[in-house]
Design a protein around this ligand. Structure first.
Ligand code: SF4
Ligand code: SF4
Length: 129
């Protein structure tokens, strides 16, 4: 364990710095200052290889086989009968990537996009179709 702890001293941090150097008295003022270019936010750290971010769906390639629905453990995918296409609710998704692995025509893939926080679980940004 001590060796592991010492090895950590020479590794790069896996997390990002706090988005600002000093905690501002008001976040509203801080974000206004960011908008006006007075202060800079630290950019997010890069994502590692094979990161599982927001799912990308190439609708036109989908053949409507429903295999992705079968494997999805969180029932995040529904089938739109009239169009023979799918809809994914990201608020339910666990980002397990099973749907992307099983799709026979590779029309699903995980992207690097991870800033997905939203107050509305059915927000358009959290629905992929
Ligand atoms: S990544 Fe996993 S949880 Fe999310 S839609 Fe695909 S199979 Fe379902
Ligand atoms: S597995 Fe792929 S082709 Fe089949 S329904 Fe899902 S997205 Fe479409």
């Amino acid at each position: 364990m001590i060796l592991q702890l010492l090895a950590q001293l020479f590794k790069k941090p896996f997390t990002n710095k706090h988005p600002m150097k000093y905690i501002p008295s008001s976040s509203t003022t801080f974000f206004k200052d960011v908008q006006n270019g007075k202060v800079m936010m630290n950019p997010p750290v890069g994502t590692p290889e094979r990161f599982r971010g927001k799912i990308v769906y190439e609708t036109e390639k989908c053949i409507g086989c429903k295999l992705c629905l079968e494997v999805c453990p969180s029932e995040a995918i529904i089938f739109k009968d009239e169009e023979k296409k799918i809809r994914i609710y990201l608020a339910r998704c666990t980002f397990c990537a099973q749907c992307t692995d099983v799709c026979p025509v590779n029309c699903l893939r995980m992207s690097n996009e991870f800033l997905l926080a939203d107050t509305q679980k059915y927000s358009p940004s959290l629905i992929v179709e």
